[in-house]
Design a protein around this ligand. Structure first.
Ligand SMILES: Nc1nc2c(c(=O)[nH]1)N[C@@H](CNc1ccc(C(=O)N[C@@H](CCC(=O)N[C@@H](CCC(=O)N[C@@H](CCC(=O)O)C(=O)O)C(=O)O)C(=O)O)cc1)CN2
Ligand code: MET
Ligand SMILES: [Zn+2]
Length: 765
């Protein structure tokens, strides 16, 4: 019989229960017991509803109050010294690592966060050194297995494998030079032995061990480690299903197939082409193959006929007992349920499947492959056939004007009129900014009042005019604030935006957006990715009136603020029927028109954010060039339609530039701002080493935490930056936008930032 499986489930709860509970706990409005209870309720609901949908292998242990990688660090005692001995309870140590803590005399910054592979989810980076004393503080996989059992659901616990855990870790401060976390694998392994022995003793039949790094090129050099880990673990553990996702195994499959594992999961949504090679590799073994045919990353209804065909190919080679039908990855990256969407049309609703609907999908596909004649199954197959046919019909329509415009993009359209050196002079005169110009990344605090006003507008409790007036007042407050504390290049603060991507999705043709389809980005922060359903175009200006209003009330230059094409694409659910390149170029043309309109409206600096350009980089190196070509071209297409005197900015809030450096240079933005406050100055050395030629604002403090940076701290940062970068190129700004921050810390931090720039002007004249 073919079994069905779900690899992981969204944590937020259908009504954002977990986000609300966690934030209430932080605010001191909920006790730890109440928080634990809220979590227990959501977990129980998830387990039972997946079970009701007929899924055989139900995940447990992957739930998290903040981040599952952080859960592993806490469980394995991978807790940096700076969080120890502060008198905090274990849960507060955990949250302090995730988001920093500044209260009651305690002042610790957060751990670094990084993007989880090519997704918009962030994990908290574990810090490891020779000194790390690994031990099992608690066994979360076991606890949640038992919790589910008590609720009447037998689950398959999920853990992150030891090799991936260490490869995703970084060297802790104080580790010796050149220390590689993977070098302490043999010290970590006993923790996994204990964890898995306990699972087995508790009667756990099989365990899902995630080793996502197996889809990376770097895993090829880790064969020895993989062999030793899994030879040690297999004899003492429940049956191991080694789980990979987001890309293909390529040649790694040859050593993976020899590991003593009971099952192997592969992602056939992202990498359908690997099926044959993987089947061939596992055929001579007894390994069960878990086929990730239901996307964990997108929301389109699965084409059952195609999935059944794939499943049948595997069954023909391996037999039905060696095939599992699964989601391609955890469903963490999809919203909870389509049932919460009240505003989608019936036609639109029929296109999609969210997490709960996907649970039904794996179950139906597996049943069909097991030969079920059950009326519910045959009915579902029939209904799916109709839905897919309708969707295909919709996809066959296109917007010819947009298609023609994309086809007629010329190389000249990608280039500014003059090179950077010339533009820099023109812009210096025009904008008249001081040395070390201070600016911010765009958003100011999204207060409760702003969100409530928008919620009221949505419910029809206030009129559009009232809402617009309210937004204008917010803009004015932000402008006056910036003038008062002495910032140089102002922003309007983005109060009108629910989110930097959703906001544009809502104004562009070709998108559908949701009411409640929240997906976790990090910690308690969630997004509602808009869905691209057809060709994209811009019915009219999107930001011009807000930016020109903001400019009209100040003499200081106002920076226009847009989200770039690659980022809109990456943070939306894209179409699956046309290439990402085509979608990106369509977005770029729409943004190009907006940029030109902003310049016409008297805006002299425009920032086009591309924080997702790095994250969109394919996981396999051989796919990089093709991606970088269209991604960079898209950005250039969106920004190059202006005169030399317009200063273009772009923003990237991550620090992994090593791999894409030449592409960042090729963007040819006049100014870029980057995340640099949490990583050390190594990043700036990279910029120097490559001879980055345009202006750059390395973030001088971390905005992801409510912690206020001291003014000496900012001066020290500027000093080390100026040791590396030419002073004529330096801008002074935070790491990222301030939307998640409160006003109190925003004001204190920016005052210190301006003081830092003033100090630099005095000392680096
Ligand atoms: N798409 C995206 N990806 C990104 C980022 C980003 O900004 N956008 N930034 C980076 C970090 N990730 C982030 C992701 C989300 C948020 C964030 O602030 N999310 C907000 C929600 C933003 C939003 O959509 N707000 C809506 C809805 C807000 C809301 O909850 N309203 C209440 C009603 C109002 C109230 O009573 O408070 C409701 O619906 O119940 C609005 O402002 O209109 C949150 O989780 O709290 C920040 C950073 C990387 N990836
Ligand atoms: C995640 S990048 C954020 C850029 C945006 N302009 C902001 O300040 O919010
Ligand atoms: Zn940012």
């Amino acid at each position: 019989m073919v079994l069905s499986s779900v690899l992981g489930f969204p944590r937020i709860g259908a009504n954002r229960e977990i986000k609300k509970a966690v934030e209430a706990y932080w605010a001191g409005k909920l006790t730890q017991e109440e928080l634990t209870k809220a979590a227990a309720d959501v977990k129980k609901t998830s387990w039972t509803s997946i079970q009701q949908r007929g899924v055989d292998l139900i995940p447990s242990g992957e739930f998290s109050l903040y981040d599952h990688v952080l859960d592993h660090s806490a469980a394995f005692n991978v807790i940096p010294k700076r969080y120890v001995g502060l008198g905090l309870s274990p849960i507060d140590v955990y949250f302090a690592m995730g988001r920093g803590r500044q209260a009651d005399g305690v002042d610790v910054p957060a751990c670094e966060m990084k993007k989880w592979f090519d997704s918009n989810y962030h994990f908290v980076v574990p810090e490891v050194s020779e000194e790390t004393e690994f031990k099992l503080n608690f066994n979360k996989a076991l606890e949640e297995y038992q919790e589910a059992k008590a609720a009447g659901v037998t689950t398959r616990p999920v853990i992150l494998g030891p090799v991936s855990f260490l490869v995703l870790s970084k060297a802790a401060k104080g580790a010796s030079a050149g220390f590689q976390p993977i070098s302490v694998l043999s010290k970590l392994l006993p923790v996994y032995e204990t964890l898995l022995t306990d699972l087995k003793a508790a009667g756990v039949e099989s365990v899902q061990i995630d080793e996502p790094i197996l889809v990376l090129d770097t895993a090829a050099a880790l064969e020895k480690q993989y062999v030793s880990v899994y030879e040690t673990l297999a004899p003492i553990a429940p049956k191991i299903v080694l789980t990979t996702y987001f890309s293909r195994l390529d040649s790694n499959v040859s050593f993976i197939a020899k590991l003593p594992i009971a099952g192997l999961h592969i992602d056939l949504d992202r990498a359908p082409g690997q099926l044959e090679e993987v089947i061939a590799a596992v055929k001579p073994t007894s390994i069960v193959l878990s086929l990730g045919v239901v996307s964990g990353r997108n929301i389109w209804k699965t084409d059952f006929a195609a999935a059944i065909k794939t499943g049948q190919t595997a069954i023909d080679a391996l037999g039905a007992d060696r095939v599992i039908i699964a989601t391609s990855s955890s469903l963490l990256h999809t919203p909870v349920t389509l049932a919460s969407e009240k505003k989608l049309t019936a036609e639109q609703k029929d296109w999609f499947s969210f997490a709960l609907e996907k649970a039904s999908e794996v179950s139906v596909i597996a049943s069909a492959l097991s030969g079920s004649q059950d009326a519910a199954v045959t009915g579902a197959l029939e209904a799916n056939k109709v839905s897919i046919a309708k969707r295909r019909e919709f996809e066959s329509t296109s917007d010819d004007t947009v298609r023609k415009r994309v086809a007629s993009i010329t190389p000249e359209m990608l280039e500014r009129k003059s090179p950077f050196a010339v533009r820099k002079e023109v812009q210096a005169k025009h904008l008249n900014l001081p040395k070390f110009p201070t600016t911010t990344i765009g958003s100011f605090p999204q207060t409760k009042e702003i969100r409530q006003a928008r919620a009221k507008l949505g419910k029809g409790e206030i009129t559009v005019e009232e809402y617009d007036e309210f937004i204008k007042k917010e803009i004015e407050t932000v402008v006056r604030f910036q003038e008062r504390i002495g910032l140089d290049l102002l922003v309007h603060g983005e109060p009108e935006r629910n989110d930097m991507v959703q906001y544009f999705g809502e104004q562009l043709s070709g998108f559908v957006f949701t009411q409640n389809a929240w997906v976790q980005s990090y910690g308690s922060r969630y997004v509602r990715p808009p869905i691209i359903v057809s060709d994209v175009s811009r019915p009219g200006p999107m930001t011009v009136r807000w930016s020109s209003y903001a400019q009209s009330i100040t003499k200081k230059p106002m920076k226009g603020m847009l989200t770039g094409p690659v980022t809109i694409l990456n943070w939306s659910f894209p179409r699956a029927d046309v290439s990402r390149e085509l979608q990106s170029k369509q977005l770029a043309l729409a943004l190009r028109d907006e940029v030109v309109d902003l310049e016409k409206a008297g805006i002299n600096a425009i920032q086009v954010d591309e924080p997702a350009i790095r994250e969109g980089l394919p996981l396999r190196r051989s796919d990089w060039d093709a991606y970088l070509k269209w991604a960079v071209d898209s950005f250039k297409l969106s920004t190059a339609g202006v005169t030399d005197q317009l200063q273009t900015h772009s923003h990237f809030c991550y620090s992994d530039f090593d791999d894409i450096f030449p592409s960042i240079q090729r963007l040819d933005a006049d100014v870029i701002s980057i995340e640099a406050s949490k990583s050390d100055m190594k990043l700036l050395n990279t910029f120097k080493q490559y001879g980055y030629s345009n202006q750059i604002g390395p973030g001088v403090y971390d905005i992801h935490s409510p912690r206020v940076p001291g003014d000496q701290e900012i001066k020290d940062r500027l000093k080390s930056m100026l040791d590396i970068l030419p002073d004529s190129l330096l801008f002074v700004n935070p790491d990222c936008g301030l939307k998640t921050r409160g006003w109190k810390e925003t004001e204190a931090s920016l005052v210190n930032l301006v003081a830092g720039a003033t100090w630099a002007r005095q000392n680096y004249a």
